[in-house]
Ligand binder design. Structure first.
Ligand SMILES: Cc1cc2nc3c(=O)[nH]c(=O)nc-3n(C[C@H](O)[C@H](O)[C@H](O)COP(=O)(O)O)c2cc1C
Length: 420
């Protein structure tokens, strides 16, 4: 059987050359779970790492000493007690600056032959979906990002939003889909731009984060969808690299997708327990400890997409006041978010309570910002098998290099343990 290192992901380079990469892409994990450090390490090793632009203001504030979040909160402070959030808007200049800070610093620090991409979740509608997305995309291109992956809530018009940018045709632009139908629709809608995606990530039902499936996700299977997408592209005579994602846990799993015709794999869960990952150490231990019954897919996300997470996530059931004046990333085009409605309903039902519990939705901005929603892939329960335990009983956190090399070189479903 072949191993991942027997394959290369190849993109057209400058002057007719090809750029060859190790066919391992680390998926975007917001909010700053897939840190610049993780993405840079993967680029150094010859693969593709992602940063994410989810809640980029808070990322900039943490890393670059800006104060975008407090400025926005100050501006809208008078609105905090109101359930009408329609007036709470993002300043587009600040959004561009925060994005440029995050992307610019990562690109300046990049070493090696790999690439750094940014994951843009289109479900971050930010109370002005097209305007804010346009700024996010263009600012990332301005700051020199190697590529952009459009995800969660893929909007059919997103390519058009940046079509007038000078880097529109040379940056790598890709999309995440979970069905051939979604891919076909995107290609049809974008045909007039004469600009195909440079890659298509096909994400199956076992992935972390939001799922492109309903609550019947268990009826779907990644290998079947990848085979369908490959057949569709062949029939249409389209040469677009397909990247398989979701539940690929070992190098052998990855190699089997490459053997069936995928150009690369996108993986994430195994990197949540690396030193470079942005999760706090305490949370990494929760991921290691997880057993299969501890993982659920639920409908708590206000986006309307099912999301997979550990049942012990502190954000589940927490009835905090919506924090849209500071954050507000999930406000739709009319300034609404499903969590606000759920919260107001509970407050009305319990008028004298000091604190309410909201069970059906969660304030995703606040809880993702504080690492209190522990989203993970379905294979997270196997993480404990990828490391050793220390004398105090805790699990040894891995290096990204160790996990990357394990995907790249392992065979026979083996997983390399860290050196003692
Ligand atoms: C902690 C975590 C956070 C994630 N956040 C995002 C995200 O912000 N945007 C996105 O498109 N995908 C997100 N994903 C999905 C991954 O990028 C990736 O496609 C998927 O998890 C791969 O499957 P695996 O985790 O089984 O390897 C996330 C996954 C994890 C584990």
């Amino acid at each position: 059987m072949k191993r991942v290192d027997d394959f290369r992901l190849s993109f057209p380079g400058q002057g007719g050359s090809r750029q060859e990469l190790v066919p391992i892409m680390i998926g975007g994990m917001g909010v700053d779970i897939s840190t610049a450090e993780l993405a840079l390490e993967v680029a150094r090793l010859g693969g593709i790492g992602h940063i994410s632009d989810a809640m980029v203001h808070t990322v900039s504030d943490t890393r670059f000493d800006t104060n975008f979040v407090s400025q926005k909160l100050k501006k809208y402070k008078a609105n905090v007690a109101s359930s009408d959030k329609s007036s709470v808007q993002f300043c587009l200049g600040a959004l561009a600056e925060a994005t440029r800070n995050h992307v610019g610093a990562a690109m300046q620090a990049k070493r090696g032959d790999g690439m750094v991409f940014i994951n843009c979740m289109e479900k971050l509608t930010m109370n002005a979906p097209a305007d804010t997305l346009r700024v996010r995309l263009k600012a990332a291109l301005d700051a020199g990002i190697d590529g952009i992956t459009l995800s969660a809530g893929l909007h059919l018009g997103s390519f058009a939003l940046m079509a007038d940018h000078p880097r529109f045709r040379d940056a790598r632009l890709g999309i995440i889909v979970s069905s051939t139908r979604a891919l076909a629709l995107f290609l049809r809608k974008n045909a007039r731009l004469n600009r195909l995606p440079d890659y298509v990530v096909v994400e199956g039902p076992l992935a972390g984060g939001h799922l492109g499936f309903g609550m019947d996700w268990a009826q779907y299977d990644l290998a079947t969808i990848v085979a369908e997408v490959l057949a569709y592209l062949k029939a249409e005579h389209l040469d677009i690299p397909v990247i398989a994602a979701g539940g690929i846990f070992t190098g052998s799993d990855a190699a089997s997708f490459l053997e069936m015709g995928a150009a690369a794999v996108q993986v994430a869960t195994r990197f949540t327990v690396t030193q470079e990952c942005g999760l706090p150490d305490k949370v990494k231990q929760e991921y290691f400890k997880a057993s299969e019954p501890d993982i659920e897919v639920n409908t708590l996300s206000p986006t309307g997409y099912p999301m997979r997470m550990l049942k012990g996530s502190p954000g589940i059931g927490a009835g905090i006041r919506p924090n849209c004046e500071a954050y507000g990333y999930l406000l739709d085009a009319n300034g609404k978010c499903a969590y606000i409605d759920a919260y107001n309903r509970e407050v009305e039902l319990h008028p004298t309570a000091k604190k309410v519990s909201v069970r059906d939705k969660t304030c995703l901005c606040t809880h993702m910002r504080n690492f209190d929603i522990w989203t993970c892939g379905q294979t997270a329960y196997r993480l404990k098998d990828t490391t050793t335990r220390q004398e105090d009983g805790s699990y040894r956190v891995l290096t990204a290099e160790h996990v990357f090399r394990d995907y790249q070189f392992s065979v026979d479903q083996k997983i390399a343990l860290p050196a003692a």
